[in-house]
Structures are given as C-alpha cells and as structure tokens.
Design a protein around this ligand. Structure first.
Ligand code: AMP
Ligand code: MG
Length: 285
C-alpha cells in the first residue's frame, strides 16, 4: 500500500487536508496524526466492531491491549461511558483537552473490539488542533493507539512514523514535532479514589490539587509485585530502543573512567554513542 504523506500546519489548518484524512478514516483506513503527547494511529470509528482489527494488524499489537477512544467535545464522553463519577467534571475542566486518559465503564455503543474485551473504556480529548479537527471530520470517535510498531518507542515526529509504518497505513498527517513527547497519564475513574494506571505528563500531585488524593497501581511502584498491571498495555515491553543500553554505577571517578572506556570501544567499532549523564559527571566526561 502507498502511504500518502500530507503536511499540515496546526496554526493554520488546511480543511481540505483534514477532510481528505477524515474520509480515509470513515472508509476504514488508517491515518497517523499528531497529538500533543505522541503521534497517534487513527483507526476509524471507535464505535464499529471491525475498525480496531486493522489497527492491531498494522501495529502488530496484541488484541487484548485496548485502544484509547479520542473525542473532540466533552459532551461526547456520555456517548461512550456510563456511571461517570462526579469528579470527572473538575478533572476535565483542568486537564481536557490535554494529556489525560480516563477509564470509565463503557456504554453499549462501544464494541469489545475497541476495548480489548474489557467492560471499561479509555477516553482522551487531545488538545492538538489537528487531532481535534480530524476527530470531528471522522465522526467524533477515533480509536487510536500510538503510531509505532508494538514494542518500539512512541513516535514524536512524522518521520518516525514513516520509518516505522510506511506501506502499512494509508496516510500520515505531518504536523511537525509533538509538544510533550510523553504518553498521556491513564487514570482509572471506576475506583474510589481514582487510580493512576500509567504515569505520564500529569502527575499525582496535579490531580491531588483538583480532586484530593489519588492512588497508584501497585505494580507501577513495586517491581516485585506478582499482580498483573491494570492497564493491559503496561505488561508488554515498552519504550524499547533498537540500541544497546548500559547503566554505569559506582563512585564518580570509576564511573567516568568506565563510561570513557565503553564509549571509546564502541566508537572504534564504528558505532554511534549517546551518553545520558547527571549534572555531577557530565561536565568532566
Ligand atoms: P497507547 O494507545 O499505545 O498509548 O496505549 C493505550 C494504553 O491504554 C495501553 O496501555 C492500554 O492497556 C491502556 N488502556 C486502554 N483501555 C484501557 C482500559 N479500559 N482499562 C485499562 N487500561 C486501558
Ligand atoms: Mg503505545
């Protein structure tokens, strides 16, 4: 399949391009688009059972890993979720549109194909104007995971998406680099108090200021925990770069020596080397 790539400027949205992309989605095609967190892979109508299958196939994603339903208007939440708790209004007023995904009991309209068989649904309202325009053009409910092959890092530019998914999806909307580059925080609203299932751009402290204390999925803080994480996606390999990673630990002199030796050896083998260092040791490397 040929992947069409269209440039689009979020400060001056070209409605023709949005309509073209919206039509691709309505016809069941896949469109990668920028959001403020990472590039998403729009997979048509989140309310149609069949739509999600193509998304799973293009990403190579296990089908028990549910998709996030993206909306552009707050009133649309009521069409996909039921028993919405009262704190939701305050959270939405502060953090929507933005990098927050909330989990609710799903309504009858949401098929199990979208939720990976769960009775709950993940909903997000992105703030990127390209994302919002595309969601509206596609009918209001777009299921979209991050636009990367499962297990690879989430893409923050259209070029990342092209390298990873060209030939597997119908279209890429190139709106430049994303703002945040980190996935949305997932907050489970079906428990009391709400529980963070995936850390992200919005922190527990930020939630606390709005609705009081929230809890955190135990499997995120305790690596010994035998329980399965509550967000199914968290059990899979995540953020795996295609490079070898090494952690160097010790006293500062040994650290610096070891890093220099490793970097020199890799460099001689013709490899590219990147070093992430703290303020303490970066100045002497
Ligand atoms: P991605 O779209 O790639 O950011 O991944 C979506 C994340 O949301 C995955 O970690 C999913 O497991 C998680 N997720 C989606 N729906 C639900 C749900 N109903 N309950 C818990 N986690 C969910
Ligand atoms: Mg992802």
């Amino acid at each position: 399949m040929e992947t069409i790539i269209r440039k689009i400027d979020k400060n001056q949205i070209n409605q023709d391009v949005i309509e073209e992309a919206g039509n691709v989605l309505k016809q069941g095609g896949l469109v990668a688009f920028p959001t403020e967190t990472v590039y998403g892979l729009g997979g048509a109508d989140a309310l149609k059972e069949e739509a999600a299958k193509k998304t799973y196939a293009a990403k190579g994603r296990p089908s028990d890993n549910p998709l996030i339903v993206h909306i552009a208007d707050y009133e649309d939440l009521k069409k996909v979720a039921v028993n919405i708790p009262p704190e939701t209004d305050a959270l939405a007023a502060h953090f929507w549109p933005g990098p927050l995904t909330m989990i609710f009991e799903k309504s009858e309209s949401v098929p199990y194909g979208t939720t990976g068989g769960l009775d709950t649904v993940a909903v997000r309202m992105p703030s990127d104007p390209i994302a919002a325009a595309l969601i509206r053009a596609a009918g209001g409910f777009v299921s979209a995971p991050s636009a990367n092959t499962s297990g690879r890092p989430s893409p923050t530019t259209a070029e990342h998406v092209r390298v990873d998914l060209e030939g597997k999806i119908d279209m890429i909307l190139d709106g430049g680099a994303v703002d945040i580059g980190l996935e949305s925080t997932i907050l489970d609203m079906t428990v009391e108090p709400p529980m963070i299932l995936r850390p992200g751009a919005i922190t527990a402290d930020m939630f606390e200021e709005v609705i009081g204390p929230v809890s955190v999925d135990e499997t995120l803080v305790n690596s010994e925990s035998k329980q399965a994480p509550k967000a199914p996606g968290m059990k899979y390999r995540h953020y795996a770069p295609k490079a070898k990673m090494m952690i160097v630990e010790g006293n500062i002199r040994e650290e610096i020596l070891a890093i220099r030796q490793l970097a020199y050896a890799a460099h001689r083998e013709g490899k590219e080397v990147g070093i992430i260092a703290t303020g303490g040791n970066s100045s002497v490397l």
